[in-house]
Design a protein around this ligand. Structure first.
Ligand code: MRU
Length: 362
């Protein structure tokens, strides 16, 4: 496997710490172009417009973006600790409202707030340094988490298997390696040959633009398919396992992930194919009782009416419905591949009852 792609650091501070530098994923696969973000509004817009996307990476970028935004507010740093805290809350609210479904966003911001509250005796500039380190810690932990998901998940994969994935839950969606793609990378490193089928993932084509791109750059045997082809491939016996990511897993295991995931899960169930959700514990929301309580982002209709923002491909003004995520009920999920190991859906409740820190309260 070609490791070179994983050296691409898609979210990092500039040398002077005043910018957050992120890969603009809207330009992939045609251009690897980095943009610089300086303010809370710029960070929120980059998340909203999917320059930065994928649940874990949204959390990392939010935490690091918070630091950059505060560093660029001299009034907050030169004033009292109380005014720094107010500036923190204002910045947190702007970035926190960027997208509603991935819980990693509020998880990361709440973790930053906890760190601030635990060190109220520090001066504003010391608090900024503290937040800087906390955000880097979140990023480093994300890398370790993805590595662990890869190591646990690779045990599900046998040489020669056909693996179907939906959307992009890879290196581009995290700080490194990814979640659903991490087991594929780990198994390949061990010498297993896998054949990966990447759903194109309408409407915004994360599968075609991002997953097919990163898998082929890493040297993985990849076939891009349209979303409506997965059933036929399953029927023909080409797919032995489905691995997907997650944006929010409710306390009962219902899982929000990219629109279309539910259909894939139903098809996998029909054909008796194991369906695994891969994600960090920061994507699990113990305060959210079931999928019914998950806020599903609804995006602009132009994303359906135009082909990836370029030209119309449906009549102007046609009524449409464009939910960005759907909920896969727990009964369709074979297991959760996490940094703690592979969690059986029946024991999820016990695992989550010990982990309530940082999650938003309903
Ligand atoms: O709208 P996106 O591109 O942010 O949606 C991403 C997904 O649905 C991913 O599968 C999910 O965030 C998991 S990423 C490891």
């Amino acid at each position: 496997m070609n490791q070179l792609f994983f050296t691409l650091d898609i979210c990092h501070f500039s040398d002077d710490g005043h910018s957050l530098i992120v890969l603009d994923q809207t330009l992939l696969p045609n251009q690897e172009h980095f943009i610089e973000l300086h303010t809370a509004i710029e960070v929120a817009d980059a998340i909203r417009h999917l320059c930065v996307r994928g649940a874990p990476l949204i959390g990392v970028a939010a935490a690091m973006g918070l630091v950059v935004s505060l560093r660029n507010k001299p009034d907050a740093i030169m004033g009292s600790s109380a005014s720094f805290f107010n500036a923190f809350l204002e910045t947190k609210n702007i970035i926190g409202s960027a997208r509603p479904t991935a819980v990693n966003l509020s998880w990361a911001l709440n973790r930053m707030e906890r760190s601030l509250k635990e060190h109220q005796e520090l001066s504003p500039s010391e608090l900024l340094t503290l937040l800087h380190h906390e955000s880097l810690q979140i990023k480093e932990e994300d890398q370790a988490t993805c590595t662990a998901i890869g190591n646990y998940g690779k045990e599900l994969l046998r040489d020669g298997m056909g693996v179907l994935t939906h959307c992009n839950a890879g290196h581009l969606a995290t700080s490194r390696y990814g979640t659903a793609l991490a087991p594929i990378y780990s198994a390949t490193e061990e010498g297993k040959h896998l054949h990966v089928y990447a759903d194109e993932t309408r409407p915004l084509l994360q599968g075609a633009r991002l997953t097919a791109y990163e898998l082929s750059r890493s040297g993985i045997d990849t076939t891009l398919i349209c979303d409506n082809m997965a059933a036929s491939l399953m029927a023909q016996g080409h797919i032995q396992i489905v691995l997907v990511g997650c944006d929010r897993v409710a306390a009962n295991g219902d899982t929000a992930n990219k629109i279309g995931t539910l259909g894939v899960a139903i098809m996998a169930h029909h054909y008796g194919i194991p369906f695994y959700v891969c994600g960090p514990m920061s994507s699990f929301d113990p305060h959210c009782p079931s999928g019914k309580s998950i806020n599903i982002e609804e995006r602009h209709g132009d994303e359906i009416r135009s082909l990836w923002y370029q030209q119309p491909m449906a009549p102007e003004g046609v009524t449409n419905y464009n939910p960005a995520f759907d909920i896969t009920p727990i009964e369709l999920i074979s297991g959760f591949v996490t940094e703690l190991g592979i969690i059986n859906p029946r024991t999820l409740h016990d695992v989550l009852s010990n982990r309530t820190e940082y999650y938003p309260h309903p």
